[in-house]
Design a protein. Structure first.
Lengths: 302, 227
């Protein structure tokens, strides 16, 4: 049995070097699929990071009615600080809010002029709430809606922001769907290429296959070298693609945080190296083996 | 050892290659199958190894019905019923050694075992000096010897030879037949298809005659049966 396996491995290796052009096509196809799978991984990661980034910037501000006393607001601040999942509750009195607004508007002459003409502070006191994640905000909103403090509240900005975030999530989900479809399309396309290249290599080996059959070789003895050959071309193709990708990411390491500050592809890959590679290479092997197997069956059943 | 019962082979649309053929061959027997071109000799030999399926009838090897065997078991049978072809069916880009060694590699024999067997057989068939040569560079007679060596290395019980001397000159034909006789004396059955009358006269052995797909004569030494 060991001798048989050795012979199959050797024949597969020889086949790889004999069929140079077909090997190159298979290798290139595996590289292409590997690039697309990694593009899928990284784009999914990118959208996750982008949404995280936006959610981190999302705040929950509670604006109070003009006549609400500072004590009541501070009481509510204390309650909300104890709220599960809340990281920080900042109180912004109306004077500071006005100062801040003036500061921001000083380069806009129209607003600046209007502010100077104002006799009173039109802004109100408010609380800025930061939570660990966006799921906490609806709970706070729900709490406030049912609490006795509801009467003091003029409006909450979270709901407007949330609409924008939801829209971004929906768009990114659609983009993810398109990318997934693209990857599946590429996989199907590459399966067809592999199917045909294997068929071509089988035809070029048909003399040897015929002889093997005449002398009583089983189908596995005939299939084996082709499977070894496919493994070699898939593995080398994948390795090359991974090498190029890693090189590219190292070269562009400083560029990505400019787009989204927490998007660090190198760190993401090194953290999940084993699992991502297992999935990507596993997918390539499945595509290549299934198409190779189908093309062999098509030929061997004749 | 081999029995064919009512074998009929019809190719589409309605070409009858073999018509209700039945005969038996004993172990170690040397049998000639003769007939004109298109008489059905090649089809009959292919059916004997189940390289082709008959339209009707049964083939038995050592009482096993070959038509009932799985593909895996069929491979084992083909090692026992080896084949030699007129066009040699050698791998021309491989060396003589590699060609002869192929059946043992399929059997999973060790490199040492393969080397020993190949050298031994090459010595016997006088092709030892050719072992490192590419099969494609050999003469017809040498190629046929390599083909025979490839059959013999797996120790078959029967060799089925389809016009093995068709591409050989008279001298090489004579030499090849002498080797076949030697092999037969060692107990290996031979079934040889030919249209060469000289071979029939030279071998003086049981001869089955095919004509238009029908077995018309079964001629044993000193015994003549009209089928």
């Amino acid at each position: 049995m060991i001798n048989k396996i050795k012979k199959i491995l050797k024949s597969g290796y020889n086949l790889f070097w004999q069929e140079k052009i077909i090997s190159l096509i298979n290798l290139g196809t595996s590289m292409l699929v590997a690039f697309f799978i990694w593009f899928g991984f990284l784009s999914f990661y990118f959208f996750n990071q982008m949404i995280d980034y936006l959610e981190q910037r999302l705040d929950f501000s509670v604006y109070f009615k003009a006549n609400v006393s500072r004590e009541e607001i501070l009481k509510l601040q204390k309650i909300l600080q104890e709220f599960p999942g809340v990281m920080e509750v900042r109180y912004i009195p109306q004077e500071i809010a006005f100062k801040k607004f003036q500061e921001e508007a000083k380069y806009n002459p129209v607003i600046d002029k209007a502010l100077k003409e104002l006799q009173t502070n039109p802004l109100v006191d408010y609380l800025i709430i930061k939570a660990e994640n966006s799921e906490v905000y609806p709970k706070i909103a729900d709490y406030l809606d049912k609490s006795p403090y509801k009467v003091y509240i003029d409006y909450i900005t979270y709901f407007e922001n949330q609409k924008v975030i939801n829209r971004i999530i929906s768009i990114s989900n659609q983009i993810r769907l398109v990318i997934s479809a693209l990857i599946i399309g590429i996989m199907v396309f590459s399966s067809l290429i592999i199917f045909n290249t294997i068929l071509v290599s089988i035809y070029s080996q048909k003399e040897e296959i015929e002889v093997l059959r005449i002398i009583g070789a089983g189908n596995w003895f005939i299939r084996g070298p082709f499977l070894v050959y496919i493994f070699i071309s898939s593995f080398l193709g994948y390795l090359l693609a991974l090498g190029i990708l890693i090189l590219f990411l190292i070269r562009t390491e400083n560029f990505w945080p400019n787009i989204v500050s927490n998007f660090q592809p190198s760190a993401f890959i090194s953290k999940n190296f084993l699992i991502l590679n297992s999935i990507a290479f596993g997918l390539i092997l499945i595509i290549n083996f299934v198409s190779a197997f189908l093309s062999m069956e098509k030929y061997l059943q004749k | 050892m081999i029995a064919l019962k009512n074998i009929t082979k019809v190719y589409p649309p309605n070409i009858v290659a073999l018509d209700n053929i039945s005969f038996e061959i004993n172990a170690g027997e040397f049998v000639l199958i003769i007939g004109k071109s298109g008489a059905g000799k090649t089809t009959l030999l292919k059916i004997l190894r189940r390289e082709e399926e008959p339209t009707r009838g049964q083939i038995y090897f050592k009482n096993k019905n070959l038509l009932e065997l799985s593909k895996r078991r069929l491979g084992e049978i083909r090692k026992k019923i080896a084949a030699i072809h007129q066009d040699f069916k050698l791998l021309n880009k491989k060396t003589v050694f590699e060609n002869i060694a192929l059946p043992l590699e399929i059997l999973g024999k060790s490199t040492k075992e393969i080397k020993e067997s190949v050298y031994q057989l090459a010595e016997k068939l006088k092709i030892k000096t050719k072992l490192n040569q590419l099969a494609g560079t050999l003469s017809g007679g040498e190629k046929q010897k390599v083909c025979l060596a490839r059959c013999l290395i797996a120790k078959p019980e029967v060799i089925v030879a389809d016009e093995p001397t068709g591409n050989l000159d008279p001298l090489a034909t004579f030499e090849f037949l002498e080797i076949l006789k030697e092999v037969n004396k060692e107990g290996v059955g031979i079934i040889l298809a030919t249209h060469n009358r000289e071979i029939v006269e030279n071998l003086k052995t049981r001869t089955l005659t095919l004509n238009d797909g029908r077995l018309i004569r079964d001629e044993k030494i000193g015994k003549y049966t009209l089928v």
